[in-house]
Ligand binder design. Structure first.
Ligand SMILES: *Cc1c(COP(=O)(O)O)cnc(C)c1O
Length: 353
């Protein structure tokens, strides 16, 4: 039995999936109890009165091309968030299983694990090591009841890529022992290539991708889980059949047309230039002590006076993210790179008097 299956909750492996209405678009649909008319204001191609195609083939095919994997290695999800939820429900048994996460990091890993009743093992990242994951330390913390190991690269909120050697060492050591989940929600902003090319190499590797950030579709809720065909097959049993709403599917298909992908790449490049402008401006602020290097579309800053930074921004009608609730980030805030006008507005609020 493959490890993807043997690591999963047994009740998921034996689950008889929900049988949704057959998807046979050439036939008139009298099998799904839908209304035969369109609601007013419906601008979708397929009609909002109709249930959407589960895991729409055209979209999955475009996602597979975009990420350089086979269509059988893709699950379309309501954002990367839903991929985290699905993995948690497949692999975490209440009261016995655990995840490892390297903190500070994205908050949803531990929320999804706790919802599932699983233990959360935290490995501290250290500012003195540039927030790098220590592979040896992580492997020493691993125990057989750890089913999911999360690595966020580039990491939110620290902004750094995880070193490729560390990722490879962890994937190699834990292959077949745990699902190693590499979250690449910000990879488009970085100079690094996706590790999707490792899918053939590591049986229990899973990768999270998102159209929320670099493809500007946060409101549509669309992302993807990339993993072995076997894991994707399990995930399709767990995800609701109509997870992807029709307006979302159509918006994602538009965003993934070749011309749109090229335009999106140009916007990403322009934003990276803007990030450097914002970085210099923030570094010159008397309220800011340090601007961390970033492989993302945001900057983490350590403040001399974070309260004043927050209140000055608020007074100018801008909000940045307060990270100080995390013990490792007692003076840190996170700033998303905006338009030139937005960035200038922020710099006027916090800049030299
Ligand atoms: C934004 C974010 C996500 C979630 O993305 P969605 O696709 O919008 O659900 C996942 N991981 C990280 C690290 C993020 O910052």
């Amino acid at each position: 039995m493959s490890a993807v299956i043997s690591l999963a909750r047994p009740e998921i492996v034996t689950l008889k999936p929900y049988a949704h209405a057959a998807w046979l678009p050439s036939l008139t649909r009298l099998h799904a109890n839908e209304a035969p008319w369109r609601p007013s204001g419906d601008s979708t191609v397929a009609g909002l009165n109709r249930y959407p195609e589960p895991q729409p083939r055209a979209l999955i095919s475009r996602l597979a091309t975009l990420y350089g994997v086979h269509t059988d290695q893709v699950l379309g999800t309501r954002g990367a968030d839903e991929a985290i939820d699905v993995l948690s429900r497949i692999y975490l048994r209440a009261g016995s299983d655990a995840i490892i996460q390297c903190v500070p990091t994205f908050g949803m890993y531990q929320v999804a694990a706790r919802v599932q009743g699983a233990e959360v093992i935290e490995l501290p990242l250290r500012s003195t090591q540039g927030w790098q994951v220590d592979a040896a330390e992580l492997l020493a913390a691993w125990r057989p009841h750890v089913k999911l190991v999360y690595l966020c690269s580039p990491n939110n909120p620290t902004g750094n890529l995880v070193g490729l050697a560390a990722l490879e060492q962890i994937c190699t050591a834990l292959d077949g022992r745990a699902i190693v989940v590499i979250d690449e929600a910000y990879i488009e902003w970085s100079r690094a290539a996706s590790v999707a090319r490792w899918l053939g190499r590591f049986e229990t590797l899973a990768i999270l991708r998102s159209l929320s950030k670099a493809h500007a579709l946060a409101g549509a809720r669309i992302g993807a889980l990339l993993a072995s065909e076997e894991l994707i097959r399990l995930a399709k049993r767990v995800i609701p059949p109509y997870a992807l709403a029709q307006p979302t599917v159509e918006a994602a298909l538009r965003a993934l047309e070749p011309g749109e992908i090229a335009a999106s790449q140009n916007r990403v490049d322009a934003l990276l230039v803007e990030k450097e402008y914002l970085r210099q401006g923030l570094a010159a602020s008397p309220l800011v002590d340090k601007v961390w290097a970033s492989d993302t579309n945001f900057l983490m800053i350590d403040c001399r006076d974070a309260d004043r930074f927050m209140s000055a921004s608020m007074a100018g009608g801008l909000i940045v993210r307060d990270l100080r609730a995390h013990p490792a980030l007692p003076r840190s805030l996170r700033v998303s790179v905006g338009t030139r006008a937005e960035n200038d507005a922020l710099l006027r609020c916090v800049g030299p008097a």
